[in-house]
Design a protein around this ligand. Structure first.
Ligand SMILES: [Zn+2]
Length: 454
């Protein structure tokens, strides 16, 4: 596991002390009133905007346009700011940097998003600040979910990797906690030999993409393995109800969902007691906006924009992530951080309709509960027709086919031709996110056939 110490020249004991203080500071916000959170975020936002205005030519222009000089309320400036797009970052990389000339370059590292949307984005992070918040939040997530760091954790990554360590890495390492971890690359094998590996390692925890956990669960059930796990920690992809059901059935283990992005780190963690997420307000200010950039009330799906509150090296303010989500009502678990009731996946999951309009269907959860369907992916072809690729445990019967058509119809897609293709396996792109929907239609959006090639 990678050692992500946030200040390489600092003795470990000093790092541990700094991390401990940061954890306590963030824990202090978990039960804060809405007013206290708002004040905390206003102060952080003020500092970030001041820094961005001083050191970044891009932000100076944008902030001035949003009335930065005259406005007394930092939230009013935020609401007047044009969303920051992926294209802005790709085209204005230099101008977005906000690094004082005296700042040591060794503090800065680049991070590149996975590019599953067809256009990877690279940002720069001040690792001293970024890692401190990243590690503190990781620790808090583990604490929420009562993990026992002495037990073994198995990690299946999308890289080619096979390692073992005496620590879980990251915050555990810095704080001096010891417990074994083993890591394996998904590409090193198939579901069967990953299961053999897990049976041999006998971990208590498994960390991997939710779709991979579900695939392993399904295989394990059909093989009749006995592989009890305490918990699965998801990464990268949206967790579907079907993923949760399969993992409970096969491993007796719940999935803990963790929402993050490469550009800004952790964004939200699954509540300690419910299946929704709590936004990490100490680190990130999340907005969910409608098409007119107005805030969505709870229960209404909108676009996710984030302000990474400590992104000093390259400020990300009102950055449009390309995800869709909805707020939920306050949670009864004791954590007062805002509730994200549901993540709906990527914006590009919009299906193009005849006549130029588009629909935002949420097919995944319903399709997942058709019992013969193991995996699925919808493709929209350039002629607008849809193709549902399904990997099935047995050939779909007439009632299941009828059910599929009903789901598409209920999602406003009745006008489009739908072909259902049964495959032994879905040809997922290697080493990348598994997208539930792939558009081959939009010629200018950067979507390309590359996404569906293995
Ligand atoms: Zn909660």
């Amino acid at each position: 596991m990678m050692k992500t110490y946030y200040a390489q020249n600092m003795p470990l004991s000093d790092q541990a002390n700094a991390l401990q203080s940061q954890i306590e500071a963030l824990q202090g916000l978990e039960h804060a009133s809405a007013e206290k959170l708002r004040t905390y975020q206003a102060d952080a936002l003020k500092a970030l905007m001041r820094h961005a205005h001083r050191y970044s030519s891009f932000w100076r222009t944008r902030l001035d346009k949003a009335g930065y000089a005259d406005q007394t309320s930092v939230y009013k400036v935020l609401q007047a700011l044009e969303p920051l797009t992926r294209a802005d970052i790709q085209q204005q990389f230099e101008a977005l940097r906000a690094q004082p000339p005296e700042m040591a370059r060794s503090r800065v590292r680049t991070a590149t998003s996975s590019g599953s949307t067809g256009s990877p984005v690279t940002v720069e992070k001040d690792m001293v600040v970024y890692s401190l918040f990243y590690l503190a939040n990781s620790w808090i997530e583990s604490y929420w979910h009562h993990r026992d760091g002495r037990q073994k954790i198995a990690v299946i990554t999308m890289q080619l990797e096979e390692t073992s360590h005496t620590s879980w890495g990251g915050a555990f390492d810095v704080l001096g906690y010891r417990g074994p971890s083993v890591t394996r690359g998904y590409m090193l094998g198939n579901a069967d030999n990953h299961l053999d590996w897990l049976l041999q390692e006998k971990p208590a925890y498994l960390k991997c993409n939710a779709s991979i956990a579900a695939e392993l669960a399904e295989r394990s059930l059909s093989r009749g393995d006995h592989l009890p796990l305490v918990q699965i920690m998801s990464q990268t992809e949206r967790v579907q109800p079907k993923h949760r059901a399969l993992c409970l059935a096969a491993f007796g283990a719940p999935i803990a969902d963790r929402y993050s992005c490469e550009e800004a780190g952790w964004l939200a963690f699954e509540c300690p007691t419910h299946h929704h997420l709590h936004a990490l307000s100490g680190t990130v200010l999340i907005e969910i906006l409608d098409d007119n950039n107005q805030p969505c009330p709870p229960g209404t799906v909108g676009r996710v924009l984030i302000t990474s509150l400590h992104s000093f090296a390259m400020p990300l303010i009102r950055y449009e992530l390309g995800d869709l989500a909805e707020w939920g009502p306050a949670c009864g678990c004791g954590v007062t951080l805002p509730v994200i009731a549901k993540l709906h996946g990527r914006i590009r999951n919009r299906v193009q309709l005849p006549g130029g309009s588009s629909a935002m269907p949420f097919l995944g959860d319903d399709l997942g509960f058709i019992s013969s369907i193991r995996q699925f992916r919808t493709i929209q072809h350039p002629d607008l027709s849809l193709e549902l690729e399904v990997a099935v445990s047995k050939t779909l019967d007439l009632s299941e086919i009828e059910k599929i058509h009903k789901i598409y119809k209920a999602n406003g897609l009745g006008a489009l031709k739908l072909k259902i293709t049964e495959l032994p396996e879905i040809p997922w792109p290697v080493g990348r996110k598994r997208e539930e929907f792939v558009s081959m239609y939009a010629p200018n959006s950067g979507n390309s056939s590359i996404d569906v090639q293995p």
